[in-house]
Design a protein around this ligand. Structure first.
Ligand code: FAD
Ligand code: SF4
Length: 458
């Protein structure tokens, strides 16, 4: 029996930096069956405990091993509504695959790759439209069309609720559309998942900023009996460095939105984007990797400046490896201290300082400490800040009774209900920047709680 996962075929690095097509190409049916046969169908199924939505992993893998891909899809669909997305972007290495018994001697079963294969197989085959359930006469509003809102909307619509999703941007999908690049998550796949929700009867109202276009209060007065807030954490953090206001300094959110949602890399796009020669990306998470890899595809030389070491780098391992293969230079144990500009107010260098790791801090990670007298310059005409985001205060400041913690995240109870009855919340708006699957899990949990509360009152 093979000790390692069947490798994922990928586009070669020197080719892929010249396009935005997907890097990972997916398993063939034959490879998927062979990989599925590596599963031991363990009695205690530890992998399921590592999945935030508890997908029946060994059962779906057993179906793949038999070549029954439709059967596998039915099993995944019992608990997950976005498998083609999760199969691509979930951090399986720290979730289901980290618990896989096969990983003790060798590599775990490639659960994520198999999930992706099954979802892609069904999409390409044409899944058929879902049957619309009988309406139950209740109306629910969802704020935000990211993974939290989409999964809440899908579950509620499946139970017969009339669901309207109000989305601030012109396209639903949240970070799946504006943040995660096409080369990791093709946008046609996200829109396919959204079209399935439309088939179920979910209505999407775009260009609608809740708190500006209408408040939650007003929506409730219009007959929405419950509201789910899945508005994410899209407000970028900055470091307040001298020179951060110079032209050529961007938040990762702005840079990625231009690149992904507005397709500014295309010559015919109405949205402009800076085509940098040398870019410094600050941060070490998935957002930093995505921003760096987008800048690379615009033809830039790219540096990632991260204040801790490779060991603490929070981005997915696969993304880090892909970024390194694409020629992105990692300046680890370094931190920016100032941005320098030319006479036109444009960035021309980023001043950095070397760091060393001290004792662990409150997060359990070793605290980075600046090394005195170690500052140096990186010539650059672009700097992208990817050091985290916070929830936008608009909703909490326009809705009475919504309490937040000191980071501005909405406080919810064990049923995802906020401090205001009838208003539920989940995803990054509650946890701060987290993962697609945790946002989806929260949306599902809230949908079940809303159903229980509204049917109790019926
Ligand atoms: P979001 O996806 O942020 O969606 C919120 C939606 O609400 C947005 O569409 C927004 O426009 C809308 N909205 C906000 N305010 C309002 C309002 N007032 N009225 C109406 N609509 C509003 N996670 C992973 O698991 N794997 C990854 O590889 C990964 N990579 C990432 C890469 C990037 C660049 C980023 C930014 C994040 C990444 N994440 C990744 C994190 C993941 O995408 C998020 O945790 C997840 O999208 C959170 O989902 P959400 O539904 O809570 O919020
Ligand atoms: Fe299969 Fe790994 Fe789960 Fe065991 S832990 S059932 S080998 S996927």
């Amino acid at each position: 029996m093979q000790m390692n996962k069947h490798p994922m075929p990928v586009q070669e690095p020197d080719i892929r930096i010249t396009n935005v097509e997907e890097v990972a190409l997916g398993y063939t049916p034959e490879t998927a069956i062979e990989e599925a046969k590596r599963c031991l169908n363990c009695k205690h199924k530890p992998c399921i405990g590592g999945c935030p939505v508890n997908i029946h992993i060994p059962d779906f893998i057993a179906k793949v091993a038999e070549g029954d891909f439709e059967g596998a899809y039915r099993i995944i669909s019992l608990t997950s509504s976005l498998p083609a997305i999760c199969g691509r972007v979930c951090p399986q290495e720290s979730q289901c695959e980290s618990k896989c018994v096969r990983g003790i001697k060798g590599e775990p079963v490639a659960i994520g790759r198999l999930e992706r294969f099954v979802a892609d197989y069904m999409r390409e085959k044409g899944e058929g439209k879902p049957e619309k359930p009988q309406p139950n006469g209740h109306k629910v509003a969802v704020v935000g069309a990211g993974p939290a809102g989409l999964s809440a909307a899908g579950d509620l619509a499946g139970m017969g609720y009339e669901v309207t999703v109000f989305e601030a941007l012109h396209t639903p999908g949240g970070v799946l559309m504006y943040g995660i690049p096409e080369f990791r998550l093709p946008k046609a796949i996200v829109q396919h998942e959204i079209s399935k929700l439309k088939d179920l009867g979910v209505e999407f109202v775009t260009n609608f900023v809740v708190g500006r276009s209408e408040t939650i209060e007003e929506l409730m007065n219009e007959g929405y009996e419950a509201v789910f807030v899945g508005s994410g954490a899209g407000l970028p953090n900055f470091m307040n460095l001298p020179g951060e206001e110079l032209k050529g300094v961007f938040s990762a959110n702005e840079f990625l939105t231009r690149f992904n949602l507005m397709k500014a890399y295309r010559e015919d796009s109405p949205t402009p984007i800076h085509h940098p020669k040398k870019t410094v990306v600050v941060g070490g998470g998935n957002v930093a990797m995505d921003a760096a890899r987008c800048a690379r595809r615009l033809g830039s030389e790219v540096y990632i400046v991260y204040r801790r070491s490779l060991e603490e780098l929070p981005a997915r391992k696969e993304e880090v490896e892909h970024a390194m293969e694409e020629g992105i230079i990692f300046k680890l144990l370094n931190n920016p201290v100032a941005v320098h500009g030319d006479e036109n107010g444009c960035v021309n260098a980023v001043e950095c300082i070397e760091m060393e790791l001290g004792e662990p801090d409150a997060s359990g990670r070793r605290r980075p400490i600046a090394k005195e007298g170690s500052s140096f310059m990186i010539d650059a005409d672009c700097m992208i800040m990817a050091i985290g985001t916070s929830p936008n205060p608009l909703i909490r400041s326009t809705t009475e009774g919504l309490e937040t913690n000191r980071k501005g995240c909405l406080i919810v109870d064990e049923n995802e209900m906020t401090t205001r009855e009838g208003i539920y919340a989940g995803g990054d708006a509650v946890t701060g920047a987290a993962t697609v699957i945790s946002a989806m899990g929260a949306g599902k949990k809230a949908a079940a709680a809303i159903d229980k509360a509204l049917l109790k009152d019926a």
